[in-house]
Design a protein around this ligand. Structure first.
Ligand code: COA
Length: 172
């Protein structure tokens, strides 16, 4: 009985996820700071990379429920600087859709490599990125101690180092 009920719920979620549209933020829409600040506590840093990158937003009907920002680091490499899903929509596969969309957009734009960075304490994000094909590339030791004023804790772990992950999109 529980199995049947769960199948019903996941079918509804699949139908709901089919109704999600991801598209570039249009010029008449303001940057969704409330969503972006879920992923990065620094308003100053968010505003800086949004300006030099492309912001994509996910809509369910008229409701903006997710965002990601793709910022070129060089001609070859692009980074997902921010990805966030509205709290009431988290855990329903939208994050995965956004990351997959970012990978496709980077590929379509001709980039060789896509990167993403996250904290050593961001266990959920490390799982999500690896499920989307990212491999660990390097560790930026003490990044969060050097660049953020307040100490950050997640999952009972202090966030100190940035784990950098990447996917090679095109063979040389
Ligand atoms: N604990 C551990 N892993 C979890 C989890 C949890 N509570 N919830 C989801 N996951 C993992 C699962 O591995 C899941 O894979 P599965 O579908 O194979 O089970 C995977 O994450 C994808 O989950 P999804 O539902 O697509 O993620 P989401 O829609 O919640 O979006 C975030 C993920 C990180 C974007 C979202 O939680 C968020 O906005 N968080 C706040 C902002 C943030 O931290 N951004 C990233 C900064 S580096």
């Amino acid at each position: 009985m529980i199995g049947v009920l769960n199948k019903g719920i996941s079918k509804n979620r699949e139908d709901e996820n089919d109704m999600i549209q991801i598209r570039p933020l249009s010029h008449d829409q303001s940057v969704p700071m409330d969503l972006l600040l879920l992923a990065d506590p620094s308003t100053e840093k968010v505003l800086a990379y949004v300006q030099s990158g492309s912001c994509y937003v996910a809509f369910h009907k008229q409701d903006m429920i997710g965002v990601y920002v793709l910022t070129p680091l060089s001609q070859q490499t692009v980074e997902i600087m921010n990805v966030a899903v509205k709290e009431s929509w988290q855990g329903r596969g939208i994050g995965k859709q956004l990351i997959r969309h970012a990978i496709s957009a980077a590929k379509a734009a001709g980039f060789h490599t896509i990167e993403i960075g996250t904290g050593n304490s961001s266990i959920h994000q490390l799982a999500l990125y690896q499920k989307c094909g990212f491999r660990m590339a390097s560790i930026d030791h003490d990044f969060f101690l050097k660049h953020y004023d307040e100490p950050i804790y997640e999952n009972g772990i202090q966030c100190m180092d940035m784990v950098r992950l990447s996917i090679v999109l095109q063979a040389d």
